[in-house]
Each structure stands twice: as structure tokens, then as C-alpha cells.
Design a protein around this ligand. Structure first.
Ligand SMILES: NC(=O)c1ccc[n+]([C@@H]2O[C@H](COP(=O)([O-])OP(=O)(O)OC[C@H]3O[C@@H](n4cnc5c(N)ncnc54)[C@H](O)[C@@H]3O)[C@@H](O)[C@H]2O)c1
Length: 258
């Protein structure tokens, strides 16, 4: 095994990617499979999940699909139980199911606020609880929650989403501290702006111009540019002393004032 492989190889490990049906986490699923893991693509859309599994296996990777609704504690517990039963162990988990909305502040209904918090924040919490407990019992593991640049500071137009992602980072640090001596690391990947399904309706030409003005690298990210930080944070060897950390992959967005 080469030096780099010994640091980053995920061979013989199992990773569950909740939201692996989507654009960014689908790409992360490819990255983990490329590093040798068996990837369980988990999400609500079987059609998109199976398409992702097919794409991964076509490239020689190992993957399977599992249905889950991140808004349901019971559904996440079932996913956890089934995957531990099937594979004996789950070494890595990505919590990436996320929804967004551009509703103006005074128009946000209680139902919408609750729905976004439930999928982005509570889903992450449900999975940290169930998978965290099972990983501790199995001898260790690594969890990667998906935050955002708005985990760090408020972002206009997406009030509920911003509140949920700030809370995801706070929860990440708190759970990381809680699990720190029990073999489970918990970190947060905070992407900048990557055109995808959940933000397409928000990326108007005016919004895009605002984002570019505030992004030192003056471009959107490519989903594959998230893989390096993901491998670092999830790898038991390369990331062994990293917990409670957030890595912003944002072309400099969070380093910018004027
Ligand atoms: N695209 C960006 O610029 C960006 C930036 C920062 C953070 N993020 C975060 O990255 C993650 C992935 O987003 P994306 O841009 O790839 O969006 P996406 O819409 O392509 O992917 C999100 C996936 O999550 C799934 N999902 C949503 N709610 C679910 C639920 N309750 N149960 C199961 N699956 C559910 C969706 O079906 C979809 O497949 C999200 O957490 C998002 O908030 C995205």
C-alpha cells in the first residue's frame, strides 16, 4: 500500500450517505467509492438513488441504495439497524439531506419553518443519535454533517435554511465533544455556492452577481471539489485528530468582507 493509500484508503469500510440521491452528496458518494468504500446511497428517491448506484458500479465502485426519510426518526433508526445488520458495521456517515426556500421573512409560515428545520437539523440530529450510538458500540466511526457558509454568518433570502445550518454546526461541535473519547469523530463540511436542485430557484442573475462579488475566486464550485475535504475529515487515519471542525470549501466566501 502506498503512503497516500495508507492515509486515505477507505477499503473494506462502509459509508452511508444520507442525501446521496442529490447533486453534492451524490458526488461525495462517488468520491468515497473511489477511495474504496462500499457506499450506501440513502434518500427518498429510489430512482435517483439507483441511478447513482449504477454510475458508481459502472466505474468499478461498490454501492447499494437504501430508502430513508431524514425527517423521520423511525426511518433513520431503521436505516441504521438495517445497514449495521447487513454490513456488520458502518464506519462513516454523511448527513446531507437538505432543503431550502427563498420565502421572504414575513411570509414564512410555521409549516415551512418546521419542515426545513426537520429535514436539515432534526434529521442530522436523529442520525447522529442512532448511528453515533451504533458506531460507539461497534468500536468507532466518523460522521460528516453538511453545513453551509451560512453556518458561519447569516445569509440573506434563506432565513430558515440559514438558521438550520448554523444549528447544524453548533450541534456538530457539541456531539463531537460528547463522542470524543468514544472513538467517533464528528465534523462539518461547509460548501459555498454550487448550482444544484435545491438552490436553482434561488440563483437568479442578480443573486448570482451578488455571490460572485463576494467570492474571491469569482466562480461557483464544482461538486467534485468537495471530495478532498470529505476524505480528510472522514478518513480514520488522515483525520484521526480532527473532530468538531468545520471546513469551508467556498472559494474564499467566508474570508471576505469588502
Ligand atoms: N448546492 C449548494 O450550493 C450547497 C451549499 C451549501 C450546502 N449545501 C448542502 O448540501 C447538501 C446537498 O445539497 P445539494 O445542493 O446537493 O441539493 P440536492 O437537492 O441536489 O440534494 C439534496 C438531496 O437530499 C434529499 N432529501 C431532501 N430531504 C430529504 C429527506 N427528508 N429525506 C431523505 N432525503 C432528502 C433530496 O431528495 C436530494 O436528493 C444539503 O444539505 C444542502 O443544504 C448545498
Amino acid at each position: 500500500m502506498s503512503y497516500l493509500e495508507s492515509l486515505f484508503s477507505l477499503k473494506d469500510q462502509v459509508a452511508v450517505v444520507i442525501g446521496g440521491t442529490g447533486v453534492l452528496c451524490g458526488e461525495l458518494a462517488h468520491g468515497l467509492a473511489g477511495a474504496g468504500a462500499h457506499v450506501v446511497v440513502a434518500g427518498r428517491s429510489e430512482e435517483r438513488g439507483l441511478a447513482r448506484v449504477e454510475a458508481i458500479t459502472a466505474q468499478g465502485g461498490k454501492a447499494s441504495f437504501a430508502a430513508v426519510d431524514a425527517m423521520s426518526k423511525a426511518s433513520i433508526q431503521q436505516l441504521c439497524d438495517e445497514q449495521f445488520a447487513e454490513h456488520g458495521r458502518v464506519h462513516m456517515l454523511i448527513n446531507g439531506a437538505g432543503v431550502n426556500s427563498p420565502t421572504p421573512y414575513f411570509d414564512i409560515e410555521e409549516e415551512e419553518f418546521e419542515r426545513i428545520l426537520r429535514s436539515n437539523l432534526m434529521g442530522t440530529h436523529f442520525a447522529c443519535q442512532s448511528f453515533g450510538k451504533a458506531m460507539i458500540a461497534a468500536g468507532g466511526g466518523s460522521i460528516l454533517n453538511i453545513g453551509s457558509v451560512t453556518s458561519f454568518l447569516p445569509l440573506s433570502k434563506v432565513f430558515t435554511y440559514a438558521a438550520s445550518k448554523a444549528a447544524v454546526l453548533n450541534l456538530t461541535k457539541n456531539v463531537a465533544r460528547e463522542f470524543a473519547t468514544q472513538g467517533v469523530r464528528v465534523n462539518c463540511l461547509c460548501p459555498g455556492f454550487f448550482p444544484a436542485e435545491q438552490n436553482r430557484k434561488i440563483l437568479s442573475p442578480e443573486r448570482t452577481a451578488d455571490i460572485m462579488r463576494h467570492t474571491p475566486m469569482k466562480r461557483f464550485g464544482e461538486p467534485s471539489e468537495l471530495i478532498g475535504a470529505t476524505l480528510l475529515l472522514l478518513s480514520a487515519k488522515a483525520g484521526s485528530f480532527i473532530t468538531g471542525e468545520a471546513i469551508y470549501v467556498d472559494g474564499g466566501f467566508t474570508s471576505m468582507t469588502i
